[in-house]
Unconditional design. Structure first.
Lengths: 180, 180
């Protein structure tokens, strides 16, 4: 009986006792299976995240064993819940404190677009203050949807060029948000 | 449809004899614009010039030592549409009293001003700041009249009826899809 594969190996050359692939693919494989998320939970989507994190749905099996409650050691910022306009600069500061490479996931209708709170005090989607990689719809999304969002982040991380963060396009993107 | 002041079922609740006596005394000595019963409590409407004197009298002469609430209202009809409502409580007599002052916004007097109650009731401090924040009512004599809940750089007063509830500055939402 063969042992089940934890993950599909990237493209490479294999033979007896060795396996060759490019450094980029090896790094991508490591990165995508060890994403440390930073939960930024403000409301009901945060409760769904707690269910996602707990043993029943077990977020950890995707390599996110350690939710990081410090932005310095986090790879993925998960924004879950309504973000008031006053909270916008704080969210941006948290994002700026994360080290590159960093990814952002907007969980739920409020974080993605302001949701039902089309009003003067609520930020109409966190992409007004920080760039977002993956949006998870739902009000609130079920844990399955959050896991689906995480797997989308994984596929982004796994296919991202190692040089992307040094590209002009990326610098321009950040500049568009006023982040140096 | 015209707004009417039809009697609420709870209007039939009877006020305390103490409350009625205080009301009669205040209206005799200061003169009130209007006076009616609501939920078994007397509501006095006074002019902006007598507002502070009435509140001072209620506290020091009649013993209404507790300011339970203070808020703003923007009425749909009438000449003086903005209002400040203060609610005081007499603890030994278990009597509440509402004091309203109506303020007009005109071309010549665009900023509504009313006396601050902070010298009488320190608890009025944050409540008057909130009223200023949402209705733009100035409180003369307030020690620190600045926004308390909304962002500091907000350029308008969101609960005034001339401003729509939805954020007008955003460009990301298509009105046809968001039912506006």
């Amino acid at each position: 009986m063969t042992a089940p594969l934890v993950t599909d190996p990237p493209e490479g050359v294999t033979g007896q006792g060795f396996y060759l692939t490019s450094l980029e693919k090896a790094v991508a494989l490591a990165r995508k299976n060890s994403i440390w998320p930073l939960p930024f939970a403000t409301s009901c989507c945060g409760i769904e995240f707690m269910a996602t994190m707990a043993s029943h749905y077990d977020f950890a099996r995707f390599g996110s064993e350690r939710p990081s409650f410090s932005p310095r050691q986090a790879d993925l910022l998960m924004v879950m819940g309504t973000v008031a306009k006053k909270l916008g600069p704080i969210l941006k500061q948290v994002y700026c404190q994360m080290a590159e490479p960093r990814w952002v996931m907007a969980v739920g209708a409020c974080a993605s677009s302001g949701g039902i709170f089309d009003t003067y005090s609520v930020l109409q989607g966190i992409d007004q203050v920080i760039p977002v990689d993956v949006y998870v719809p739902g009000c609130p999304p079920r844990p399955e949807q959050i896991i689906d969002g995480l797997m989308s982040v994984q596929s982004l991380v796994g296919t991202e060029s190692l040089r992307r963060r040094h590209s002009d396009a990326y610098t321009q993107l950040l500049k568009g948000y006023g982040i140096d | 449809m015209a707004l009417t002041n039809s009697p609420h079922p709870s209007d039939t609740l009877s006020p305390t004899p103490f409350g009625t006596a205080v009301c009669d005394d205040v209206s005799q000595r200061f003169g009130v614009v209007a006076q009616h019963l609501q939920y078994g409590h007397w509501c006095l409407e006074v002019g902006p010039t007598t507002y502070y004197a009435v509140m001072q009298d209620l506290k020091h002469t009649h013993g209404f030592t507790m300011l339970t609430d203070l808020c703003g209202v923007h009425h749909a009809e009438g000449e003086a549409t903005l209002a400040v409502v203060a609610q005081v409580h007499h603890l030994p007599e278990r009597t509440r009293l509402f004091v309203t002052v109506r303020l007009a916004v005109t071309e010549t007097e665009p900023v509504p001003v009313v006396d601050s109650l902070v010298p009488l009731f320190p608890s009025a401090n944050w409540m008057e700041r909130e009223t200023y924040d949402f209705f733009g009512i100035q409180f003369a004599g307030h020690p620190n009249l600045k926004r308390i809940l909304n962002e500091d750089d907000m350029a308008y007063f969101p609960l005034r009826k001339e401003y729509p509830l939805e954020d007008q500055s955003r460009t990301d939402k298509d009105d046809r899809m968001f039912g506006r």
